[in-house]
Design a protein around this ligand. Structure first.
Ligand SMILES: NC(=O)c1ccc[n+]([C@@H]2O[C@H](COP(=O)([O-])OP(=O)(O)OC[C@H]3O[C@@H](n4cnc5c(N)ncnc54)[C@H](OP(=O)(O)O)[C@@H]3O)[C@@H](O)[C@H]2O)c1
Length: 344
């Protein structure tokens, strides 16, 4: 939580920060900016003529925007003093995972910006077995010292609260679902375009009508930029429209044209055979009760201008990078064995 004194101080300073007018280049501070979503945001901002400044340690893709973007070096887990005395039209906190880091950034920057956009996640929702909208209950962080994967959603929810308390109406929270596309370091989605591009018999999990939901990193970056430019407060789920797994794979085939033969194997049989949902077969949730987790309500973001490029572009975009295939995803040998054992 930001202390009362810090908040009062930041309100006074905030009044001195110029409010953005439309069509003028905005001075945007990006906390991060050099891996995946931050990188796409910086590219979108540059394309629209804005002036991003990055704050990071200079470890991830150093020199990526050399000559085009100023980088202020620093470690946000320690302090943000290198940014002291600066002011911005917008701060975009792309990759914050811990409440202490959110609080440190808010204390340092709430008084220095007209808008503060925090990237959260749809994993904040307490119950994944319902259709969640922005008013659904979020998970509670029971142990602030918890750094485990299991507490990711609760930690992000706690970070959101810190940003809301510190910035009030100047806060914008974006909750993405699975982010896909160029430079994805996890490259879960990339499994499917790559597999479909290889052709042959492709093991597909569950039912063709099962929903999947994801967003192209470039569409998400453009939406985030729009929210900052238009100074929209509030919280927005930001992922794709749910589409059927079968339509998704047809879209891959249409974009890649490799003549793949998709063979559907029911979830129960794959689970019985010990196949790991999501890791071995990305986008597959395994438990039929979890299918609804891929039906997150995005109507608020759609009304605020979230739009999507054609599926084929997203599919091809996922192939525009060297594969960082997760070691745990299904290899061709295991896929062939499963197909012969489970289908014949
Ligand atoms: N991937 C998904 O499917 C998904 C889904 C939902 C939500 N999200 C959210 O989307 C965001 C993805 O972020 P991203 O990694 O793509 O962001 P990014 O801004 O492209 O990359 C992370 C940046 O953080 C910087 N950084 C890391 N540690 C730092 C430190 N101690 N001090 C200062 N800077 C530091 C890195 O640079 P240096 O290493 O040089 O410091 C890098 O520039 C996250 O908030 C995640 O929770 C992701």
């Amino acid at each position: 939580m930001v202390g009362t004194t810090a908040w009062a101080g930041s309100c006074q300073t905030a009044a001195m920060v110029a409010q953005p007018e439309s069509n003028r280049p905005l001075r945007l501070l990006v906390l991060g900016g050099t891996s995946f979503l931050g990188r796409a945001f910086v590219e979108a901002a540059l394309e629209e003529g804005h002036q991003p400044t990055l704050f990071n340690r200079g470890k991830t893709n150093p020199g990526l925007f050399a000559g085009r973007v100023e980088t202020v070096l620093g470690d946000r887990t320690r302090d943000l003093r290198p940014l002291a005395g600066r002011s911005f039209d917008g701060v975009v906190d792309v990759a914050c995972y811990f409440p202490a880091d959110a609080a440190r950034a808010v204390a340092a920057l709430a008084g220095a910006t007209a808008r503060y956009l925090f990237v959260s996640t749809v994993s904040v929702y307490a119950d994944e077995r319902i259709v969640n909208d922005e008013d659904s209950a979020v998970a509670e962080l029971t142990d602030p010292a918890d750094t485990g994967l299991e507490s990711y959603g609760a930690r992000k929810a706690a970070c959101e609260e810190i940003v809301r308390s510190g910035l009030g109406q100047r806060a914008t929270i974006v909750r993405p679902g699975l982010i896909v596309g160029p430079h994805d370091p996890t490259d879960r989605f990339g499994y499917w375009p790559r597999r479909m591009a290889e052709g042959g018999r492709v093991l597909a999990p569950g039912e063709p009508s099962d929903p999947v939901q994801f967003i192209d990193v470039r569409d998400l970056a453009q939406f985030m930029l729009r929210l900052v430019v238009e100074e929209r407060p509030g919280t927005f789920n930001a992922t794709g429209e749910p589409i059927e797994f079968g339509s998704f794979l047809e879209g891959c085939e249409a974009a890649l044209g490799a003549g793949a033969e998709v063979v559907w194997v029911p979830s129960g049989r794959l689970l019985d055979a010990g196949v790991e949902p999501w890791t071995e077969l990305p986008l597959w949730l395994g438990d039929p009760e979890l299918l609804v987790a891929s039906r997150v309500d995005i109507s608020r973001a759609r009304a605020a201008g979230l739009s999507f490029r054609p599926l084929g572009e997203t599919v091809r975009g996922a192939l525009e990078q060297p594969a960082h295939r997760q070691l745990s995803s299904l290899d061709r040998e295991k896929e062939a064995r499963l197909l012969s054992e489970l289908v014949g």
